[in-house]
Write a protein that binds this ligand. Structure first.
Ligand SMILES: [Zn+2]
Length: 126
């Protein structure tokens, strides 16, 4: 198995967004604004989760995984299955993975986590 590094968890920002929705500081339209492309990616390439949508609480959110990195060439910004990542991690030195959760019911979408994969050297501890 590969090791994830430089993990950024967006859970805090996500909870803050949900909270401002609950308290009326931002509107449903502000947060449930999934782009049609993202909704399509969720539908055809997304991976189902057991996590209930924090906004409509009617459907589970779908994870959509994107990859970015200088070495990836034409694969930059592509949607990947989690199962593709292990092979990519062997093939490339370094790339960043972004996981977005999308509700196909109400259009809620938020970045959940990002991390770096690849066979390059781990970043130096400072
Ligand atoms: Zn929803």
């Amino acid at each position: 198995m590969w090791s994830q590094r430089s993990v950024v968890d967006y859970g805090l920002a996500k909870r803050a967004t949900v909270r401002s929705l609950r308290t009326g500081r931002c509107s449903h339209d502000d947060v449930c604004d999934a782009h049609p492309y993202l909704l399509r990616a969720a539908r055809y390439h997304g991976e189902p989760t057991e996590r209930l949508c924090p906004v409509c609480e009617r459907r589970n959110v779908t994870n959509v995984t994107y990859v970015y990195g200088d070495e990836l060439g034409r694969q930059v910004g592509r949607v990947k299955a989690t199962s593709d990542l292990a092979e990519m991690a062997r093939e490339y030195r370094e790339f960043r993975v972004y996981v977005v959760e999308v509700c196909q019911g109400c259009g809620w979408n938020h970045l959940t986590v990002s991390f770096v994969l690849g066979n390059g050297d781990p970043p130096q501890e400072t």
